[in-house]
Design a protein around this ligand. Structure first.
Ligand code: AMP
Length: 407
């Protein structure tokens, strides 16, 4: 039997439309902020994700769809966009023009346990601002996300920010955490017991263990440069978007430095992280590229659509009906003219009788029907029927078009 894979979905009109609306809102914000589109391949060398996303992350350890291709290369379906953007940046020699603001829209793949708002194939819209080390860039990308959320009418979202330091100050924090959690290893969940040594920061944002240790866990002591950076990010954001500093926000990916942030909202029964990101000043160099700072984020289009309160603009559809074979060509020409004028028009079911054609017009919720037969052909007219009020009138073709264009 033909059967869908678990965690994968077919998205029909209504759901697909919601994603398109989220994409449109994002695109309009990207335009204002000068971000340029980058379309990336779905498949990359697995190595790219191991290097960038990080060997110790859940994504790389167990969630990637990775396989050996026909040429014996180890490849992976992209689980996220940033490694691909970094790879593209390096390969295309942006040294001449290091300041780049890219956005991407595309599907990502993660073999996670499916649940509401968590799928194995999902859409991310991402933004990467490369080449600006200033805290103003961190604030700018956060404000772009806010602009998208506001456009879509996402209500009651929270913005959480934190700084996880840099190569100078993070190792000490890591050590402190390992020491602290090792002393109480027995009270950690199974997952955290195993990741304690490799990725102790993750214990802090574990759904089970995180809340237990929010108060007592050692706090990150930032080096003066990271502290200054973080203070300035907060200053830039002040008064522009409400935010909370959450010392337990650490993010699951390895490449972040300094600022990390997450946009959260309660969606009934679903995951609450709508978008997340941070600064990654060392990533591009660590992948063999130039030493260039960067900051970015990705939003989950499905979750943002779930949290949005936009009203769909339903376009009015006109349904063209022919009641006689001798009028079919005339009706077909009307149908095409309407479409060429940019009106949403359907019909062409000319092998069916009037009743069946009208039934279809009602089924698709058409606003108007245009009905023609031999009589109308000879007079160069058509009958326009308002399917809401039931009213109908015969009009010349010119009047008909003028009438409909204004609707
Ligand atoms: P991440 O790349 O893990 O930082 O995720 C960024 C955003 O992508 C999250 O805030 C979610 O909105 C979305 N996302 C991540 N994983 C999934 C998933 N499995 N299903 C749906 N959305 C997801």
């Amino acid at each position: 039997m033909a059967k869908l894979l678990r965690g994968f979905r077919d998205l029909f009109e209504e759901e697909a439309q919601k994603l398109t609306t989220v994409e449109k809102a994002a695109r309009s914000v990207f335009k204002i902020y000068g971000a340029k589109e980058l379309r990336l391949p779905t498949l990359e060398l697995k190595e790219i994700f191991i290097k960038a996303t990080g060997q110790t992350t859940d994504i790389v350890q167990k969630e990637m769809y990775a396989f050996e291709d026909g040429g014996g290369r180890l490849v992976a379906m992209r689980p996220e966009g940033t490694p691909g953007v970094a790879r593209a940046y390096i390969e295309n020699n942006f040294q001449e023009n290091p300041l780049q603001k890219f956005f991407y829209i595309g599907n990502m793949f993660r073999a996670e346990r499916p649940q509401a708002g968590r799928y194995r194939e999902f859409e991310q819209i991402g933004l990467e601002y490369i080449g600006n080390a200033s805290p103003a860039a961190d604030a700018e990308v956060i404000l772009m996300l806010k602009a998208i959320f506001d456009k879509l009418g996402v209500k009651n979202y929270k913005v959480k920010i934190n700084s996880i330091g840099c190569k100078e100050c993070r190792p000490k924090f890591r050590e402190d955490l390992i020491k602290f959690f090792t002393a109480q290893k027995d009270s950690l969940c199974e997952k955290c017991q195993t990741r304690l040594e490799v990725n102790p920061l993750r214990v802090l944002d574990c759904k089970i263990d995180g809340p237990k240790f929010t108060q007592s866990a050692p706090k990150q002591i930032l080096c003066p440069a990271c502290q200054k950076h973080f203070d300035e990010v907060k200053k830039y954001l002040d008064g522009k978007v409400p935010f909370e500093v959450d010392p337990c926000l650490v993010r699951g990916l390895d490449y972040y430095t300094k600022t990390v942030f997450e946009f959260q909202a309660d969606i009934a029964g679903a995951q609450n992280a709508l978008a997340a990101g941070g600064r990654y000043d060392d990533l591009i160099a660590s992948m063999g590229g130039p030493k260039v700072p960067a900051v970015g984020w990705a939003l989950g289009a499905e979750r943002v659509a779930l949290a949005s309160s936009f009203e769909e603009q339903k376009s009015k559809t006109i349904f063209v009906v022919s009641v006689e074979e001798s009028a079919n060509n005339y009706a077909f020409n009307i149908l095409q003219t309407l479409r060429e004028k940019g009106l949403s028009a359907q019909g062409g079911l000319f092998d069916k009788n009037l009743k069946a054609q009208m039934k279809q017009a009602n089924k698709i919720n058409a606003s108007y029907a245009i009905i023609v037969g031999g009589n109308e052909v000879s007079k160069n007219t058509a009958v326009l029927k308002d399917l809401t009020s039931g009213e109908q009138k015969e009009l010349s073709l010119n009047d008909l078009l003028a009438n409909l264009e204004g609707k």
